[in-house]
Design a protein around this ligand. Structure first.
Ligand code: NDP
Ligand code: ZN
Length: 346
């Protein structure tokens, strides 16, 4: 990111590391919709010559002198969110918010990201997880942000076993939420979106009903399909600044509206007063930033290793050179109808 609205290549020195850090070179990198928000919407404010990228699998090339478990040559999952594990927020159980709101999100925000020949990871022992041999770097890179965020959406939604869930938005994040909801024991899963490639994966990941937000009001469609009741949980993974209107209208008493979507505009975000029971409908709104850290990555890898989910289904475009990152990022910006997620494999 040269500045808001402009991308290009920049030469920098190989970064130096602190005693708890690791220096890595990427083996697989994926651009994220958040990179698009960062560059073209100025989501985190102005940045000059910031290296983008927070989704990577890497190989360790150097470690600080206090690092005990991670070694040079290890192939590792690098979480998008790399918390300071000793911080107050982490100790209170909110590791993604260390130091400041969203403060665990360091790559391509507070420091240079992974779209580079070399990048660093703080607190390597606590943030990096060994990539199991059965998982390819390309598949692994789908875990570090997409699965972790989508699964969190399902974890936060308090889904009853056999209950019904609506997932609004079926890009890579929403699709991961569908798989998460299935793994959490949901009975009926509504997927809301239109891209045919996404609809296909939604079904493979566990969606039982497909709804197009282009065919009418999403809340009305979900109410109609549930005899006027609404669903037990709603996960918001797409849509504009008024998407909570659809979410609350789709929910019934006792629901959690679990938001993992980014809201890019407007000072305030509307919540529909009457469907929300004038503030008394027992419909909670829960928010969260992607969980990071070693243990989280190991748990996500277990889902692959033990055959409970296939991350490769999210990958629609594959590239094989660092220079291709530009094209991959522009794909993420333009979102052609045949795209879920591009990955650059090095
Ligand atoms: P995509 O753009 O790939 O997917 C968005 C989805 O939303 C598409 O399926 C799109 O439908 C759908 N959509 C658009 N409008 C509506 C609507 N009115 N109602 C319902 N669905 C709608 O995005 P990603 O999956 O990559 O990312 C989703 C969001 O998650 C982004 O805002 C991103 O910034 C955020 N994010 C949040 C993280 C976190 O930690 N909380 C981490 C990473 C990302 P269609 O099929 O028609 O295109
Ligand atoms: Zn991301």
């Amino acid at each position: 990111m040269k500045k808001i609205g402009e991308i290009g290549w920049v030469e920098k020195d190989i970064p130096s590391i602190g005693p708890q850090d690791a220096l890595l070179k990427p083996l697989a990198i994926a651009p994220c919709t958040s990179d698009v928000h960062t560059v073209w919407e100025g989501a985190i404010g102005e940045r000059h010559d910031l290296i983008l990228g927070h989704e990577a699998v890497g190989e360790v090339v150097e470690v600080g002198n206090l690092v005990k478990n991670i070694k040079v040559g290890d192939r590792v999952l690098v979480p998008a969110i790399t918390p300071d594990w000793g911080s107050d927020a982490a100790q209170r159980g909110f590791s993604s918010q260390t130091g400041a709101p969203l403060g665990g999100w360091k790559y391509s925000n507070y420091k240079d990201g992974s779209m580079a020949e070399y990048f660093t990871c703080n607190e390597a022992d606590f943030n990096l997880a060994i990539l199991p041999e059965n998982i390819s770097p390309a598949d692994g890179v789908m875990l570090v942000d997409m699965w972790s965020t989508g699964f969190m959406g399902a974890e936060n939604a308090n889904i009853p076993l056999g209950g019904s869930v609506a997932v609004l938005g079926i890009g890579a994040v929403g699709l991961s939420a569908i798989l998460g909801a299935k793994l959490q024991g949901a009975g009926r899963i509504f997927a809301v979106g239109t891209r045919p490639v996404s609809v296909e994966v939604a079904k493979e990941y566990g969606a039982t009903d497909i709804i197009s937000y282009k065919d009418g009001d999403t809340g009305d469609q979900i109410k109609e399909a549930t005899d006027g009741e609404g669903v037990d949980a709603v996960i918001v993974a797409g849509g504009g600044s008024d998407i909570l209107i659809d979410a609350v209208k789709s929910a019934r008493a006792g629901s959690v509206v679990s938001n993992i979507n980014y809201f890019g505009e407007g000072e305030n975000i509307p919540i529909p007063r009457t469907p929300w029971g004038f503030g008394m409908a027992d419909i909670d709104i829960h928010t969260g930033l992607c969980p990071g850290g070693r243990t989280r990555m190991e748990q996500l890898a277990n889902i692959v290793t033990y055959g409970r989910g296939d991350p490769s289904k999210l990958i629609t475009h594959r590239f094989d050179a660092l220079e291709d990152l530009e094209e991959a990022l522009l794909l993420m910006k333009d979102k052609p109808r045949n795209l879920i997620k591009p990955v650059v494999i090095l």
